[in-house]
Design a protein. Structure first.
Ligand code: TRP
Length: 372
């Protein structure tokens, strides 16, 4: 199947090298140790970038920089979302100031008109999980697109930027970047560009500075648009946006893990028993049809979802992962045994995480009170 990758659709077998070509990305190479200590960088799960050099420079020379991302508050927080959360927390540990937008206006314009429900989900699902995973709320500017700031100076600067960006983009560009287009999508795309660019305004960080936006590979078109308009709007001397692209967390049945299909994802609120059931029942296996054949030919970890989940972070130890891979390829390790390794890892993680999440609920309660 040919690959289709747009912000709204991911289909086919994904060839990431081809994606680098098509999107005009650069492969991510020769990173300093501070980055490769992180499993996502080390294993090239974060595989490509735009202008990442200025972020490396900021980290190495202890210069201020921002990491910005936005979340679409829909459904359950699953292991695909966790990959982004892990990056946010990693950049925070490197000294970045974090900007986190709840894309409630985008969601309102594209899928769910219930703003109260969107805010509930953003706080109780997303923010609670971020904090449980280690996000420090004190070093983070968490905001709703619909409610940028109680400081009028700041709020005006953000909404003015979003409105003024419209002058610097054409209908054809929208179409080329997004395929289909509607007024709601256009407005959301411009607001999203403002999300990425506004940290550099004088009302926010005070000056142009490096901002990195880590995204799943399918979201890269948003960055292309934001980077292009940033160059054209001469009123503001923006530094070009930096970005990274990461590979997709596979859904249990293949494709991309997605909150619209409950049997495709493992949520961070699933009980260990539920997770085990889903893995046993749905996780696509790279094993052979019979035991005999498996022992003879071995399994294929490249398409095995349980192995991929271990590789994408659930087994952070490279040596252990390499042994699992070798044993699976040789046929020594069976598909069911491989699934059991994942099930044990996930169970241990979920137990710890769900305890931390209870504590996190206390930490976000004031935030919830002020925003719901
Ligand atoms: N469009 C993003 C999504 O669907 C959400 C988003 C809004 C975003 N603003 C952003 C992502 C800024 C990155 C940067 O998930």
């Amino acid at each position: 199947m040919p690959q289709t990758i747009t912000p709204w659709e991911v289909k086919g077998t994904i060839d990431y090298d081809k994606l680098i070509q098509e999107f005009g990305l650069k492969p991510l190479e020769n990173l300093p140790k501070k980055f490769t200590e992180n499993v996502l960088f080390r294993r090239k799960i974060i595989f490509a970038h735009r202008d990442f050099g200025q972020i490396v420079d900021a980290v190495e020379n202890k210069k201020p920089f921002v990491m910005m991302t936005g979340l679409m508050p829909s459904g359950k927080f699953h292991f695909g979302h966790k990959m982004v959360a892990d990056q946010i927390i990693f950049y925070q540990s490197l000294g970045a100031k974090i900007y986190l937008a709840v894309a409630d206006i985008e969601a309102y314009n594209s899928r769910n008109p219930n703003l109260t429900e969107l805010r509930e989900t953003a706080i109780r699902e997303y923010l609670a999980n971020y904090v449980a995973l280690g996000l420090n709320l004190k070093k983070c500017d968490f905001y709703f697109q619909s409610k940028r700031s109680t400081d009028g100076r700041k709020a005006s600067a953000y909404y003015s930027l979003a409105a003024m960006l419209a002058r610097h983009v054409t209908f054809n560009e929208f179409q080329a970047v997004y395929g289909e287009i509607s007024p709601g999508k256009m407005a959301s795309a411009l607001l999203q560009a403002a999300d990425m660019l506004h940290p550099q305004l004088k009302e926010f960080e005070g000056k142009a500075l490096p901002v990195v936006v880590p995204v799943g590979a399918d979201q890269d078109p948003h960055l292309r648009l934001a980077r292009d308009v940033a160059k054209r709007i001469k009123e503001f001397p923006f530094l070009p946006l930096s970005s990274t692209a990461h590979k997709f967390m596979p859904g249990l049945k293949g494709g991309k893990m997605s909150s619209s299909d409950p049997m495709s994802y493992l949520a961070l609120t699933d009980s260990p028993e539920e997770a085990a059931m889903k893995i046993k029942k749905y996780a696509f296996s790279g094993g052979q049809a019979t035991l005999e054949e498996h022992r003879k030919k071995g399994g294929n970890p490249d398409i095995d979802v349980a192995f991929q989940m271990l590789r994408l972070g659930l087994e952070p130890n490279d040596k252990k992962l390499a042994k699992i891979e070798k044993d699976y390829r040789s046929g020594e390790l069976l598909s069911g045994e491989l699934k059991n390794i994942l099930i044990r890892k996930i169970a241990a993680f979920l137990e710890g995480h769900q305890r931390k999440r209870k504590l996190a609920e206390k930490k976000i309660s004031l935030f919830a009170k002020n925003n719901l």
